[in-house]
Design a protein around this ligand. Structure first.
Ligand code: NAP
Ligand code: G4F
Length: 363
C-alpha cells in the first residue's frame, strides 16, 4: 500500500483551490494521443505535477510530446501488461489517474476485435486493479475508500443505435462496433468499482471532439488534411464513406477541462460531455472546402471501402447535468473548429510538414 505524500495546509477561496492543485499529481494513460496532450497542458497550467504512461521501445510520438511538454514526466507501461501498471502507480503515487489510452479508431475495432477488447475493454480493468492493489483496497464497499481518483474515457459510441435524442446519462446503451462494446464494458466496470469498493471512479461520456492534433484517420482531420492537399495542388480527390452520418463535434481542448472538473467534485458521478449541436459529414465537408475557397462537389468521391459494417447514424449530447453541476460549457463552436483545423493543415503542409510527423499547431 502506498505511503501518502504530505499536503499543504488549507487556505481559503481561490487560494485554497490553487494550493490544492499545486500539490496534486496526475498520471495520464494515452498521453501521446490528442486528448492526452491537451489534458497534460491543462493540468500543468492548473499547477499539477503530470506523469504520462508511454508504451513501446521507440514510440515516435514521445519525442513530439517532449518537445511540446518538457514538464511532463514519462513512465513506461502498457494497458496489456498488468505488472507495468502496478509499477507505474506504485512509482508515481498519483492523486488522480486519467485513463485515456485505447484503440480509439472505430473501423480498426472490426479488423482487430480481440485486441480492441484487450486494450479498450480489459485495459480499464487492469488500470482499476493497479489502483485498487496499490491503495490496499481488498474488501467490499466503504465510501471514499482509497485516495486515488480515477477518470475513464467513456464514449458516445456506447449509445450507438440511439434510443432517444439527445442522449443523457440515463439513455440506454446499444453499441454498434467492437469498440463501442469494449467502451461499454469499461464504463460499467468503472461504475462497478465505485459501487463495490467505494472508489472515486467516474466516466466522462464524451461526444466527438477534434482539433489540429486529431489523428489523420478520423473524418474531421481526414477532411482538413484533404482540403489542404487539394488547395496546395498535391491531390485532386478526397475519398470518403457515409456523408449523411450526423455527429456532435466539439473542440478537444474544451473537453479536457471537463475531465478535471469531474475528479474535483465532491461526489463521484458520470457525465455526458458534448455541445448539443449536430452536423452531417456532408455539412462538415461543405464548410471545410469553403474555408479554403473550394467547392467540395468538384473533389469528393464516395468510396464503399469507408462504409462500416454497422453505422451510428446520429449522436447528439444533452450536456445539461455537466453545465448545472460542474459549470462546464464548450466554448469553441463548429464553424470556428473547422476553420481552425483547415487553417492549421494549410500552414503545416505549406511549411513542408507531414500529417504523420506532426499533430498540428504547436506539436
Ligand atoms: P488517440 O489520439 O487515439 O490516443 C490513444 C492513446 O492510447 C495513444 O496515446 C496511444 O499511445 C494509447 N494506447 C493505445 N494502445 C495502448 C496500450 N496498449 N497501452 C498504453 N497506451 C495505449 O485518442 P484520443 O482521441 O486522444 O481519445 C482519448 C480517449 O478518449 C480514448 O480512450 C478514446 O477512445 C476516448 N474518446 C475519444 C473521443 C474523441 O472524440 N476523441 C470521444 C470519446 C471517447 P501510442 O502513442 O503508444 O499509440
Ligand atoms: O471521425 P470518425 O472516424 O469518428 P467516430 O467513428 O464517430 O468515432 C470517434 O468518436 C467517438 C465518440 O463518439 C470516439 F469514441 C471514437 O474513439 C472516435 O474518436 O467518424 C465519424 C463519422 C462516422 O459516421 C463515419 O462513418 O464519419 C463517417 N465517415 C464518412 N467517411 C468517415 C469517413 N469516417 C472516417 N474515419 N473516414 C471516412 O472516410
Amino acid at each position: 500500500m502506498l505511503p501518502r505524500r504530505g499536503r499543504s495546509p488549507a487556505g481559503s477561496g481561490w487560494r485554497r483551490n490553487w494550493e490544492a492543485a499545486l500539490s496534486r499529481r496526475a498520471l495520464i494513460t494515452g498521453i501521446t494521443g490528442q486528448d492526452g496532450s491537451y489534458l497534460a497542458e491543462h493540468l500543468i497550467a492548473c499547477g499539477y505535477e503530470v506523469w504520462g504512461l508511454v508504451r513501446g521501445q521507440q514510440n515516435p510520438r514521445v519525442r513530439q510530446l517532449r518537445q511540446l511538454l518538457g514538464d511532463v514526466r514519462l513512465i513506461r507501461g502498457d494497458l496489456l501488461d498488468q505488472g507495468s501498471l502496478i509499477s507505474a502507480v506504485e512509482q508515481v503515487q498519483p492523486d488522480e489517474v486519467y485513463n485515456l489510452a485505447a484503440i480509439s479508431y472505430v473501423p480498426m475495432s472490426w479488423q482487430q476485435a480481440e485486441l480492441t477488447g484487450e486494450v479498450t475493454g480489459l485495459g480499464v480493468l487492469r488500470v482499476l486493479e493497479a489502483i485498487r492493489v496499490c491503495s490496499g483496497i481488498s474488501a467490499s464497499r466503504s465510501p471514499g475508500r482509497g485516495q486515488i481518483r480515477f477518470y475513464q474515457a467513456s464514449s458516445s459510441e456506447m449509445f450507438g443505435m440511439v434510443r432517444e435524442s439527445p442522449q443523457n446519462e440515463q439513455t440506454p446503451f446499444h453499441p454498434r462496433s467492437p469498440y463501442g462494446v469494449a467502451k461499454t464494458y469499461g464504463h460499467f466496470l468503472t461504475q462497478n468499482y465505485r459501487e463495490s469498493y467505494g472508489m472515486f471512479a467516474v466516466s466522462g461520456i464524451l461526444f466527438n471532439h477534434e482539433s489540429p492534433r486529431r489523428g489523420a484517420e478520423f473524418v474531421t482531420r481526414k477532411i482538413s488534411l484533404g482540403v489542404a492537399r487539394i488547395k496546395l495542388g498535391y491531390e485532386k480527390q478526397l475519398r470518403l464513406g457515409n456523408l449523411s452520418a450526423r455527429r456532435d463535434w466539439g473542440y478537444a481542448a474544451d473537453y479536457v477541462r471537463a475531465m478535471r472538473l469531474m475528479l474535483a467534485g465532491e461526489e463521484p458521478a458520470d457525465y455526458v460531455i458534448g455541445t448539443g449541436v449536430t452536423h452531417t459529414v456532408g455539412e462538415l465537408l461543405e464548410l471545410a472546402f469553403k474555408v479554403a475557397g473550394l467547392d467540395w462537389r468538384e473533389h469528393v468521391v464516395t468510396d464503399a471501402a469507408f462504409i462500416r459494417p454497422a453505422e451510428v447514424d446520429k449522436l447528439c449530447a444533452d450536456p445539461s447535468l455537466a453545465r448545472e453541476r460542474l459549470g462546464w460549457e464548450s466554448k469553441v463552436g463548429f464553424e470556428e473548429l473547422v476553420a481552425m483545423m483547415v487553417e492549421a493543415d494549410l500552414a503545416l503542409l505549406s511549411s513542408g510538414g507531414h500529417a504523420e510527423d506532426s499533430f498540428g499547431d504547436s506539436w
